[in-house]
Design a protein around this ligand. Structure first.
Ligand code: SF4
Ligand code: SF4
Length: 322
């Protein structure tokens, strides 16, 4: 019978840099629309998998010499192609042993019923606000979307960043995650029991659009409470696309004659859904990938600031132990 050690060893062989296994009972109390038991009713555990971004790419981004490589090699190739290959190989491994493997990658352009934000990596999102449950209170409204940050904590992979994303002890904010909900009876890892984010605020200070706000909130996951800032994803979506002075592709034609130009470039204008969407067509500094991923013109300044901070504090453990 397959066990946790074999699953982790195979995951590494197939391309994962980090793995962890979470017990399905840790999801008790999760909103129906995010509860993995409504994806795989016989689930016993969730397998968490992460693929890192190479340190060299982080340094190139930091230097500002290449911006498009993040979009093409990380967002697209790692987050899509490598993750899918890893998931499909892992599914074959588990199903050859007679178990179900419900593989989960991010759904970049779908937002759950309770999510009114934007994903800056894509050109548009569809919100499932109109979706209705066929049995309210007992069954979720479709689509059921696994909460990737919650699952990272439950699988023992990492904790919540100030922006509400995931930090791991191996790669800080720089990995793409995927999950497998399975009825294989695998031994679970402990829930991640510490908080890598010390609320230093360096990520918020680094964002050229002030999209990470020091208005702190808490999120409860599997008996642990995480404190984090407020992330304005509409604001992020504008500055991710490059509406700021630190965009090396900025030019005099951008917002020429617009009385708000200076405020926008300085990150002082606030954007909501409507005004953000009005800005997108004005920002075509580099082409999207053929799959529509938007080029990252902010160089993920928030994540680089965090990565450097965690490294300085000795909180990033290189080597990617599975
Ligand atoms: S830079 Fe990192 S450690 Fe500091 S507040 Fe932001 S997420 Fe937390
Ligand atoms: S630095 Fe970039 S990715 Fe980070 S919050 Fe700001 S705009 Fe978004």
């Amino acid at each position: 019978m397959i066990n946790s050690s074999t699953v982790k060893a195979k995951a590494r062989e197939y391309g994962a840099d980090i793995t962890g296994i979470g017990c399905i009972s840790a999801y008790e109390g999760t909103k129906l629309e995010h509860d993995p038991r409504f994806i795989c009713p016989t689930a016993k555990c969730v397998i968490g998998l992460g693929i890192r971004i190479p340190e060299g790419m982080i340094r190139v981004l930091e230097a500002g010499n290449q911006l498009y490589s993040l979009t093409s090699l990380y967002t697209k190739s790692t987050g899509e192609e490598l993750v899918i290959m890893l998931l499909l190989k892992m599914a074959r491994l588990l199903e050859n042993e007679g178990y179900e493997a419900c593989i989960q990658r991010t759904s970049p352009n779908i937002k759950a019923k309770d999510d009114y934000g934007m994903n800056p990596e894509v050109s548009s999102v569809t919100r499932l606000g109109q979706a209705l449950s066929v049995d309210p209170g007992k069954k979720p409204a479709p689509e059921v979307l696994l909460d990737f940050a919650q699952s990272a904590v439950i699988c023992g992979l990492g904790s919540i960043s100030y922006r509400g994303e995931v930090l791991t002890p191996q790669y800080g904010p720089f990995q793409r995650l995927a999950y497998i909900i399975t009825n294989a009876p695998l031994e679970a890892d402990p829930v991640f029991d510490s908080d890598l984010c010390d609320k230093c605020g360096k990520c918020a200070d680094a964002c050229p659009g002030k999209a990470i706000i020091r208005d702190e909130k808490t999120t409860d996951i599997a008996g642990r409470t995480y404190t984090h800032g407020t992330f304005d994803s509409w604001q992020c979506s504008v500055y991710y696309r490059g509406a700021h002075r630190s965009n090396p592709y900025m030019n005099d034609e951008f917002l020429k004659g617009d009385p708000d130009r200076e405020a926008v470039l300085n990150g002082e204008k606030r954007f909501d859904e409507k005004s953000a969407k009005e800005m997108y067509p004005k920002m075509k500094f580099l082409p999207p990938t053929q799959f529509g991923y938007v080029p990252c013109m902010c160089r993920r300044a928030c994540d680089i600031a965090c990565y450097n901070h965690l490294k300085e504090k000795g909180l990033i453990r290189k080597g990617g132990a599975v």
